[in-house]
Design a protein around this ligand. Structure first.
Ligand code: ADP
Ligand code: MG
Length: 671
């Protein structure tokens, strides 16, 4: 069986399950094999019941006590039973698994592994797996892959089909054996087998190393060719005068930082240069990227061309639209807005103005570029928070019409050495200086016992008319629980701070529902926004002064820094409370870095150096989800190896790789 064969060729996949796979964008056998686990579960030692905390995946050892209760509800059956160890007792629940009742024998020691959730006031364990002590000891030595699931596809179904695919599919390794040996990389087949059916942590790392190498290799070939393409293109949108920029500068109530001046000078030189700009403006949250973007947009308009600014969310689009209008309208520049939630008529109108050249600067969401938008003479595209963009998207920008200048803006504090590899196709401008008027965000690392005080702190700030964010503990096992988890947390919070107006936000909400909540929060209609990490880059509210992050140790420092950047955006003193869920000293030490460090780049470097081997399969380390499995920060060594390999290719090898990359529809990397 071939890599490109449809999955329905596999035994056990009929039209119905093919539909479920389709939702996961798995169409071919190769897609299935490349559907890598999101992470790996390790089987930790059991914990005493009295120490359990909400939101955790835990294992407890004890016995069932009392009679199991089976009731039927509107949504199906609910089986409950009490479970006890020497330190306490807890309720256990299973939905739609009535058959488990037989297994709930009293007085026999078993291990339960499941998620701790809150059931009104008390904790309970939801849907745990049941193990005998012997079996669990075995499991403790292994890793278990966790796949992203969808309705109608269980983890065991996926595992079964992956096994079938591994048996049936020819996996030809494009990398010559000699090269593999030299680089110390596994064969492709072995790597695929191991990531799906891990034997040990060590071997799984080896497998990931190989697959990450391929992803990086492919990526680096892609950007090298992208770079070559753009270098040969002439600058069709030269902009040489900067009177508009000077006028904006004069209108500001502050003076630009040295870094802002330097970065704009670099951009202005590109705009006037021989080939289109391909530049990344990297600057920490709050470093003042927006005004630099405004200067660039005003400059391109002065030369008679249009500019556009793309941002990740609708709320940000509206905020930027207001800000740009305020700055640019006095210069006679017309700013337009285009977002998904506008009515069809509004969109049509906005598009028409654009194609006629009546709108000179357009602000819109990233999604905008998936559709066709016609400009009269688009000269500059600025993409804010670009770190979610891969080579394909970058290439697509260049394809749009006449190869305009492109400026990507990112706050992702990835170490410079990595940035140079990931953005090799781009010139780099660094905003490495914060505006001087900034108050430092006061950051505290506390343990769960501090929570009542933290709530009181929130309440005080709300009373003072300020707003707060609370980032909920992560729910990992099943995304379906995410919504409940956020809602439950909000309920608890409501009891603690009764007069607070609380909004909730999570990844399971529709885009428009998310948008509504963010907008209401920005308008001051909520005091607290309880959220998952979806707010990472999507919101900018100057009146928000406190962010409380639960289970902080489960995030990478870079992510925490990014989240913390949601506050401290106005003139008021802001605060970040990092609540540590585990008692680990190592975790505490890692978090403490944030108490003193304020520079995102330094934090990213530190994170890299402090990371222990145990973190390998857990924390997602960077916001880059351009890659399926590779993580540029975690796998920095492999990235460097791939870079060296790509750089070392002869011209002929490289040409071949590019050609095959384009021709290769099978998803395999070709050497
Ligand atoms: P980011 O780089 O995170 O996008 P913004 O562009 O949103 O940062 O800027 C954050 C805030 O800092 C804004 O309120 C902006 O007006 C302000 N700001 C930008 N540059 C300066 C400066 N040189 N001096 C003082 N305040 C500035
Ligand atoms: Mg910004």
């Amino acid at each position: 069986m071939k890599w490109s064969e449809p999955i329905t060729k596999l035994k056990g996949i009929g039209p119905k399950s093919a539909e479920a796979y389709h939702r996961l964008r798995i169409e071919t056998v190769g897609d299935l094999l490349s559907y890598f686990p999101k992470k790996y579960d390790t089987f930790e030692a059991e914990q005493p019941i009295e120490s359990l905390r909400e939101g955790r995946l835990v294992t407890v050892l004890g016995t069932f006590t009392g009679t199991p209760r089976l009731i039927s509800t509107a949504r199906g059956s609910l089986l409950t039973c009490s479970f006890r160890d020497a330190t306490g007792q807890i309720l256990v629940k299973w939905f739609n698994q009535p058959f488990l009742r037989k297994q709930l024998v009293q007085a026999k020691y078993v291990l339960l592994r499941g998620k701790v959730t809150r059931d009104r006031k008390s904790l309970c364990i939801l849907q745990p797996e049941i193990y005998t002590p012997e079996r669990y000891r075995e499991m403790m030595k292994t890793l278990r892959p966790v796949y992203g699931l969808t309705a109608g596809l269980s983890k065991s179904a996926i595992a079964k089909e992956v096994a079938e695919a591994l048996r049936e599919c020819e996996i030809t390794d494009p990398m010559p054996a000699a090269m593999r040996r030299e680089l110390g990389l596994w064969s492709l087949r072995d790597a695929y087998e191991e990531v799906h059916f891990p034997k040990s942590e060590e071997t799984t790392k080896d497998a990931i190393r190989r697959l990450a190498f391929d992803e990086f290799f492919d990526f680096l070939i892609g950007i090298r060719s992208l770079k070559e393409q753009t270098e040969t293109i002439p600058n069709r949108f030269p902009a040489t005068t900067t009177n508009n920029a000077r006028a904006i500068r004069d209108s500001l109530s502050y003076s630009l930082t040295g870094a802002q001046e330097r970065c704009f000078a670099e951009i202005a030189a590109d705009l006037a240069g021989n080939s289109p700009m391909q530049r990344l403006l990297q600057g920490d949250v709050g470093s003042g990227k927006t005004v630099v973007a405004e200067l660039a947009l005003a400059t391109i308009v002065e030369a008679g061309y249009q500019g556009c600014l793309m941002v990740p969310t609708e709320v940000l689009a509206k905020q930027h639209f207001a800000e740009l209008t305020r700055r640019l309208a006095p210069l006679g520049i017309t700013v337009g807005l285009l977002t998904g939630s506008m009515s069809a008529a509004e969109k049509r109108d906005a598009r028409e103005r654009l194609s006629l050249g009546m709108t000179q600067v357009l602000v819109g969401t990233h999604a905008l570029f998936q559709q066709s938008v016609e400009f009269k003479n688009l000269g500059l595209v600025i993409v804010d928070e670009q770190h979610r963009f891969g080579v394909e998207q970058r290439g697509r920008l260049t394809d749009k019409g006449m190869t305009p200048h492109v400026l990507l803006m990112s706050a992702t504090p990835i170490p410079r050495t990595l940035a140079m590899m990931l953005y090799a196709d781009l010139d780099l401008s660094l905003l490495d200086e914060m505006p001087g008027n900034r108050l430092r965000i006061r950051t505290a690392v506390v343990d769960a016992g501090y929570r009542p005080k933290a709530y009181k702190f929130l309440a005080d700030h709300i009373r003072a008319g300020e707003q707060c964010y609370v980032i909920c503990p992560l729910i990992e096992e099943s995304d379906g629980l995410e919504a409940n988890n956020v809602a439950d947390y909000a309920e608890v919070l409501k009891e603690e701070i009764p007069d607070a107006r609380i909004g909730i936000l999570h990844g399971r909400m529709s885009a428009s529902a998310k948008n509504e909540v963010m907008e209401a929060f920005a308008a001051g209609e909520y005091d607290i926004l309880v959220s998952t990490t979806v707010i990472e880059v999507g919101i900018d509210v100057a009146n928000a002064t406190v962010i409380m992050i639960e289970d902080a140790e489960r995030f990478g420092l870079a992510t925490l820094h990014q989240l913390r950047g949601r506050v401290g955006r106005g003139a008021k003193q802001s605060y970040c409370i990092l609540v540590q869920g585990s008692d680990s000293d190592e975790a505490k030490e890692r978090l403490t870095v944030l108490q003193t460090a304020t520079d995102g780049f330094a934090i990213a470097e530190k994170d890299l150096s402090m990371r222990g081997p145990g973190d390998f399969f857990g924390i997602r380390q960077s916001g880059e989800n351009v890659f399926k499995l590779a993580d540029p920060i975690r796998d920095a060594e492999v990235l460097a190896l791939a870079k060296k390999t790509v750089d070392g290719l002869t011209e002929e090898q490289y040409r071949k790789a590019v050609k095959l990359r384009v021709a290769d529809t099978e998803g395999n990397v070709v050497y």
